[in-house]
Design a protein around this ligand. Structure first.
Ligand code: ISC
Ligand code: MG
Length: 473
């Protein structure tokens, strides 16, 4: 990539403004500059005042790739049921082709990138708290900070209107960079969290009954697996400090993706260990993650529990259903598929899972979004067969999942990107949080143990919110 200087940017901007003035059409101009790396959480925090209702954050488990967006310059949103994946992709392509001007070379993960997600099931009854999270909602950030390996980039996606004058943008880029990259203050993680004043498990008995009902149906009907979820409501003594919560999540969940999407006073936030699909050029990567056991208190106990999980028939069935479905989707959309013979273990701070990574080379014409559509929901979040499982979920769960257990992620101009499933998550508002956790139910599931499993799955968010003691391994 060429070294972009502030003078270069100023000159380029001037030219674009002149073109837009003549053309009479608003354009989005994307400027990318290589910058000195800072902690992405600082960039997020620096946006608190100006952009608190329009921010997103994403970090890979190995913390070598981060995206932080501030301000939503362009939004593509839909409440469609059917072709929502296709609709977003089509609108994105149209926007890029018609309305975007890029300056110089745009490295992957920078520039006019799309970040957002889909709801789990647009056919579930609606709950107003998910109003800001439609069945498909994606944003192009006004300012984007990207960290890739040791390199860092600052992108400004500016909307230039035909009436704009060049002077308006004099030193604009430099000033924004100074404002958003300032390194002052102490690390927020040391600040006190808001206190939980009450905790409410939403209908735990109903959850256990639903698990029982699901196992009956699995034994009776043409259905192998259904994932059922429940909620935990938390109330706080003062407004939640989202940057502190995010910082705690990144520190406490080192083997998980950490993500948040903030919109008008609501934040969907979590630490998910589960990749749905990643595309890098023609290579695609997916993950089968299902089947769980708690972590041990000692190293020895932890290893024993891991071995127990690897040999447990009920969990192996839960896992195999996912492997089977993802493998079929890979065969349809990829060549050169690599799939290990059996699962290994994936450990996060509070739980260990059966884990099978898959990779392949994408076939011509298959896009990240078309692949997503094929995969969502995998039997790790929905069940199998997919359609039947969704019907059972609609019937047995009495709340809207919204973006919980659904794809959340990013895609750049070249079609590269990554989506995970929004689990180990919560929806935060001013002084309240609702956490979500679910379990794969198969014929041999026991309601009490599935209930215990959901308790463990609440822990990543609960701990980041100050609700459980820290367990170290
Ligand atoms: C649905 C969730 O987890 C899924 C992912 C991994 C293991 C799972 C399980 O063992 O049941 C679930 O399928 C959740 O965390 O809410
Ligand atoms: Mg399970």
């Amino acid at each position: 990539m060429i070294a972009v200087t502030d003078q270069f940017i100023q000159k380029q901007l001037k030219e674009v403004i002149e073109c837009v003035n003549i053309d009479g059409k608003t354009k989005l101009v994307s400027l990318v500059k290589k910058v000195k790396p800072i902690d992405p959480l600082i960039f997020y925090r620096n946006g608190t005042k100006e952009f608190s209702h329009q921010r997103f954050f994403w970090q890979d488990p190995d913390r070598t790739f981060s995206l932080v967006g501030l301000g939503y310059t362009h939004i593509i949103s839909t409440e469609r049921h059917q072709d929502r994946f296709h609709y977003i992709e089509k609108e994105w392509k149209r926007f890029i082709d018609r309305d975007v001007i890029c300056m110089g070379d745009i490295p992957s993960g920078t520039g006019p990138l799309l970040f957002g997600g889909f709801s789990f099931d647009p056919k579930q009854d609606k709950d107003t708290r998910w109003n800001e999270f439609s069945s498909g909602k994606f944003v192009v950030p006004a300012y984007l900070y990207t960290v890739k390996g040791g390199e860092a980039f600052f992108t400004a996606n500016l909307l230039i209107h035909p009436t704009d004058e060049t002077q308006k943008y004099n030193h604009f880029f430099e000033e924004k960079e100074k404002q958003l990259f300032q390194l002052n203050g102490t690390p927020r993680v040391q600040e006190e969290l808001s206190h939980i004043i009450s905790k409410h498990e939403v209908e735990p008995d109903l959850f256990k009954q639903s698990v029982q009902e699901a196992t009956n149906r699995i034994k009776r009907e043409q259905i192998e697996k259904v994932v059922l979820a429940r909620q935990l409501d938390l109330f706080f003594n003062e407004p939640l400090k989202k940057d502190v919560i995010l910082e705690r999540l990144t520190k406490e969940q080192p083997t998980s993706y950490v993500y948040t999407f903030d919109s008008k006073g609501y934040s969907f936030i979590g630490a998910s260990p589960e990749r749905l699909i990643k595309r890098s050029e023609n290579n695609v990567f997916s993950t089968c993650l299902a089947g769980s056991i708690r972590r041990g208190y000692t190293l020895r106990e932890d290893e024993e529990l891991g071995q127990q999980l690897l040999a447990d028939e009920k969990n192996l069935i839960e896992h195999d259903v996912v492997v089977h479905m993802i493998k079929e989707a890979m065969i349809e959309n990829c060549t050169d598929i690599q799939l290990p013979k059996g699962p290994s273990l994936y450990k996060t701070k509070h739980i260990q899972h059966l884990y099978t990574p898959v990779k392949g080379v994408i076939r011509d014409g298959v896009t990240l979004f078309s692949f997503l559509e094929k995969l969502h929901p995998t039997p790790a979040l929905g069940g199998f067969p997919q359609k039947k499982a969704l019907e059972v979920i609609r019937e047995l769960e009495n709340f809207e999942r919204g973006w919980y257990a659904a794809p959340i992620g990013w895609m750049d101009m070249k079609g590269n990107g990554e989506f995970i499933v929004g689990i180990r998550s919560g929806l935060l508002s001013e002084q309240e949080a609702t956490l979500f956790a679910g379990c794969g139910i198969v014929a041999d599931s026991d309601p009490e143990s599935e209930y215990e499993e959901t308790k463990i799955k609440f822990n990543p968010m609960l701990s980041a919110l100050g609700g459980v003691d820290h367990v170290t391994h």
